[in-house]
Write a protein that binds this ligand. Structure first.
Ligand SMILES: [Fe+2]
Ligand SMILES: [Fe+2]
Length: 303
């Protein structure tokens, strides 16, 4: 099924899911979450001092990556709009989603500037570098896009929420929880559209699932030093192989999309499904080794 056909078939499902989203999402205001009374002016050229807000460096890495990812919104909008803009309800969703995403960066940057939790000069230079390179995943079809964003919204929800748990700061925790709640509703919209896509075009959607599961990369790959930030984020359990395996590959791909029982697959799509299941098993083994090694390193460090 081509993209235009897929959008047409999915439109009634998207309308119902969009209505559910509007009925569930409640209005909130970024400015009410920011602890403004903790802020003061920056003198031009002033050196940032990490002692102004002591934090483990891995948590700083997570805040840095999370904010820069939100900052890259224009390019995510571009990718999604390229696939969705032909169809009324998708267009409406795309705009609403963009407006909701935009306030994440607004609130998080205000919080980080007021509390001085990150070096504002390094952050601004990293934002400029990232947005000038404009590297974002570019899924090849409507179904690839839906599968990717479903996994990515859940991954982002998990990452924001786990970052918040490591902030010993009530305002910071509430900000990360608030953003995670938005990401959760985005995830539910895309997750259930993929279920609908598996009904209307099972074989095409299974191929998309295989491509996106195999190639999945967290948003943020275009950020300077992303591999070292990602490693730090994994080390403290904000987002790691075990979480990816358990909550996304098993929780969504196997349990929610139930790929092992999808009906109507042709022979090639059935083979793709089998490869996805093998891949998930393999990631599970890597995840277990990763967690064991991390526990050994922590035990050695503690002993
Ligand atoms: Fe967001
Ligand atoms: Fe989101």
């Amino acid at each position: 099924m081509n993209d235009a056909g897929m959008l047409e078939e999915l439109a009634p499902h998207a309308e119902a899911l969009f209505e559910r989203h509007i009925a569930t999402a409640r209005e909130w205001f970024p400015h009410e979450f920011v602890p403004w009374n903790r802020g003061r002016d920056f003198t031009p050229g002033e050196q940032w001092d990490p002692e102004q807000y002591p934090l483990p460096s891995a948590v700083r890495s997570a805040l840095f990556v999370n904010l820069l990812t939100e900052d890259n919104l224009p390019y995510y909008f571009h990718t999604i709009d390229n696939h969705f803009s032909r169809c009324g309800v998708f267009k409406a969703w795309d705009r609403r989603w963009t407006a909701e995403e935009n306030r994440h960066a607004i609130m998080l940057r205000d919080y980080l500037t007021v509390t001085r939790a990150l070096d504002p000069v390094e952050l601004e230079r990293a934002r400029m570098a990232q947005m000038c390179s404009a590297i974002v995943p570019e899924p090849e079809s409507v179904s690839d896009t839906l599968v990717y964003v479903a996994m990515q919204e859940l991954a982002t929800r998990i990452s924001h929420r786990n970052t918040g748990k490591l902030l010993e700061d009530k305002a910071g925790s509430e900000i990360m929880t608030r953003i995670a709640a938005d990401e959760n509703l985005h995830y539910l919209f895309y997750r259930d559209l993929v279920s609908a896509a598996l009904d209307v075009a099972p074989s095409d959607t299974m191929h998309a699932i295989e491509r996106q599961v195999r190639d999945f990369a967290m948003p943020g790959v275009g950020i300077i030093d992303f591999p070292s930030h990602a490693a730090a984020i994994a080390r403290v359990g904000i987002y790691d192989f075990a979480i990816h395996h358990e909550q996304i590959l098993v929780g969504v791909v196997l349990r929610r999309w139930k790929i092992d029982t999808v009906a109507g697959l042709d022979a090639e799509a059935a083979a793709a499904r089998d490869r996805v299941i093998d891949h998930i098993d393999r990631v599970g083994r890597i995840a277990r080794r990763f967690v064991e090694r991390r526990s050994e390193v922590l035990a050695t460090a503690a002993g």
